[in-house]
Design a protein around this ligand. Structure first.
Ligand SMILES: [Zn+2]
Ligand SMILES: [Zn+2]
Length: 219
């Protein structure tokens, strides 16, 4: 697995967890039956005021009436966001010739066999999807500092573990954001790619620490 494959896998695992939260919200919403059938909010037509939307300003008499009679209507429900996320993910799968059932699992299985350049493009798409869903949910990234280890590249102790997915899939990145310079880069990573953010399987970084430098008790 090259850094491209690792970045794609890390983004996919993060997206998988974010989608898990999104699906739960959509399920709760459906269970509470909160206006799901009425949305997306249809414009409300009135001869006096023309076409209005249910969500309006203070001066909007239609909106004022709705606020009194009904809970505020959300223009986008979790269910519609789930559908958007799903159709976007299926669109990505289509782009890579991947069948669109159990899409995320199929993409995950397809990653190791991808050419590095293909994995790089996929990684960018998955990072975008992850950011989109995470933004809706206001979810922080699944990351934890790893102060006990020095960066295999720059030596600074600013490593971060990306903890989405199974432990075997966890990866480590350097928070300094220094890019790889490819062959001959001090990271000595197998399959190092110039211009790509450094990323290592967690086991590689921890293994290097265990073998080379005893952990400081101060960390
Ligand atoms: Zn570094
Ligand atoms: Zn490097």
């Amino acid at each position: 697995m090259t850094p491209h494959h690792l970045h794609a896998t890390a983004a996919l695992e993060s997206l998988r967890l974010a989608r898990h939260h999104l699906a739960a919200l959509a399920r709760d919403e459906a269970a509470r039956n909160v206006w799901a059938e009425q949305l997306p909010a249809a414009p409300i037509s009135s001869p006096a005021y023309g076409t209005r939307h249910a969500i309006g300003g203070h001066a909007d008499p239609v909106s004022g009436r709705l606020a009194v009679e009904e809970p505020p209507v959300r223009a986008v429900t979790w269910a519609t966001r789930w559908e958007i996320a799903d159709s976007r993910l299926n669109g990505i799968a289509r782009m890579f010739g991947i069948a669109q059932t159990h899409t995320l699992a199929r993409i995950r299985h397809a990653i190791p066999a991808m050419l590095p350049a293909t994995a790089a493009v996929l990684a960018r798409h998955l990072v975008d999807e992850d950011a989109l869903v995470r933004g809706w949910l206001d979810l922080p990234a699944y990351r934890e500092p790893l102060p006990s280890a020095a960066c295999p590249h720059c030596g600074e102790r600013q490593l971060v573990v990306q903890t989405a997915g199974p432990v075997e899939a966890w990866t480590v990145v350097c928070a300094t954001g220094r890019l790889c310079t490819g062959a001959g880069c001090p990271c000595e990573m197998e399959g190092a790619v110039e211009g790509v953010p450094h990323i290592w399987p967690r086991a590689v970084v921890l293994g290097a620490v265990a073998g080379a430098a005893p952990a400081s008790p101060n960390n």
